[in-house]
Design a protein around this ligand. Sequence first.
Ligand code: 13P
Length: 251
Amino acid sequence: MRTPFLAGNWKMHKTVSEATALAREIVAGATGSGNRIMVAPPFTALAAVGAIVKGSPVRLGAQNMAGELSGAHTGETSVLMLKDLGVEYVILGHSERRHVYGESDELVNRKVKLALERGMQTILCVGETLEEREADSVESVVAAQLAGGLDGVEEASLGQVTIAYEPVWAIGTGKTATPDDANAVHRFIRDWFAKHYSAKAADAMCIQYGGSVKPDNVRDLMAMEHIDGALVGGASLDADSFLAIATYNKE
Ligand code: 13P
């Protein structure tokens, strides 16, 4: 039984005061679902939000990190600095990092390995563009991102890995993959783990869906066999909508 994992990626939104207000509301409403819940504020608000979520069911995540531990890397943030702030999760390989900031599978892989070595939980994002979907290459694109991102990662570390399937054409567009279409890709991802690791690893792998997840579509998505959670952008910026998603199964 995989515990549902609902995560909010705040992207480049929220000043410190806005982030603390949002985090307080989320913490107040996040109890009692039994789900794993995480928020990833921008770097500037990590310390403040970390202080609020400490001791609550809400985990703290970062949206990115450097592929190196320290040194002359202007503008970058080390895994050591994130851990120092109580960050437990890091989102890596998000499509905005890949497509807007040119991150390669090789760079994403360096970040994944460094995060795992340092005891961080990682959310590795994969997903195809609209052109790739129209060219019928969803599976080859996703397989290449999995193989590239996880190159050299041993099965023993997979307990620290979550996969987020985020079709690029569904991010911030209001277009969600249908639950059946998303589930088909999730099943392909789980089979990929069975083939490259083991049936046990595949069965345990938490696979989130991301791309226009909202309070009104979360239940249909979460009802699918291979969808274990959601990585939420826009709808995570408001406490009521994020809580409706994060505690979708609360009685
Ligand atoms: P939206 O929920 O705004 O489509 O964003 C999804 C996303 O990119 C989460 O990482």
